[in-house]
Design a binder for this molecule. Structure first.
Ligand SMILES: [Zn+2]
Length: 274
């Protein structure tokens, strides 16, 4: 299976996307099979078809650090460093956020290629930066604060685009949880000049998020491009479905069989709110 930028663009148009569209993109390059031109071809297709594109731009792998010793945050599912010497060592090994840091590899190769080749605007959140281009880019990115990392998704008036990934990559589900006051974790990053920062409202675990799929099937548009299953879902429908599922059952979209998983801490947070 071999696909070109033009075939990817055709597929996006079959989803009804055009220059009036605003989408948050979660993506897997390998999902297509072989793409002529690789991730750059996918970026080209996205920018040639869509209006405003929002992509993750996080740099956790370089900027993230353990919690400082002794800090007490209930239901936070994050081990503090054993001692200050260990914490200081991790802090010295980490990198302060800069606009030219690469995007984390676990977000897929497309966001990093987008950053390098499209010169998007980018936010300065030390762990979970976002990047965007298009007419609404500036407004979306302005909605991110250090204490509200998912602001750009909240501000987005449009759709979630899942390119060869499932709902475990769908960060809008986390936004719905957070708007309910749930799955709000604290994480830590290296700040400027060897300082450390505590950052609130970091998302929880998502490995069970694909259980939302039946609730969204009726509003999902879907095409296949090469081997990739590409889906377009209205953002507001994701928020509504998540809210309904979680209010019906606090354990919805979480695993309940592993006390070590961040899901257990998220469940405790949810139970405190319902
Ligand atoms: Zn879990």
């Amino acid at each position: 299976m071999r696909v070109t930028a033009e075939e990817i663009a055709d597929g996006l148009r079959r989803l009804g996307l055009d220059k009036t569209s605003t989408v948050i993109v979660h993506s897997s390059l390998s999902s297509f099979g072989y793409v002529d031109g690789g991730a750059e071809a996918v970026c080209q297709a996205l920018t040639s078809v869509c209006g405003t594109l929002l992509l993750p731009g996080g740099s956790w792998d370089l900027t993230g650090i353990p919690a400082p010793p002794g800090i007490a945050r209930p239901n936070n599912a994050y081990e503090p460093a054993a001692c200050w010497a260990e914490f200081d060592k991790k802090l010295s090994q980490a990198t302060s956020f800069r606009m030219d840091l690469p995007v984390d590899r676990w977000l897929g190769v497309i966001p990093e290629t987008f950053r390098r080749t499209r010169s998007p605007l980018r936010t300065a959140h030390p762990l979970f930066s976002y990047q965007a281009i298009g007419p609404d880019a500036e407004r979306l990115l302005a909605a991110q604060r250090l204490d509200w990392p998912l602001g750009p998704i909240e501000a987005l008036d449009g759709d979630v685009l899942l390119i060869g990934v499932d709902h475990t990559s769908n960060t809008t589900i986390h936004l719905a949880e957070q708007l309910l006051g749930m799955s709000r974790f604290y994480r830590y990053a290296k700040g400027p000049d060897n300082t450390w920062m505590e950052l609130p409202n970091i998302s929880g675990e998502s490995h069970r998020f694909d259980a939302i799929e039946p609730a969204l099937r009726s509003v999902t548009k879907e095409v296949h491009i090469g081997r990739s299953r590409v889906r377009r879902i209205p953002k507001d429908a994701v928020l509504a479905a998540t809210t309904r599922l979680v209010l019906d059952n606090p354990a919805a979209l979480l695993c309940t069989d592993n006390p070590e998983c961040r899901c257990a801490a998220a469940l405790n947070q949810r139970l405190a709110f319902v």
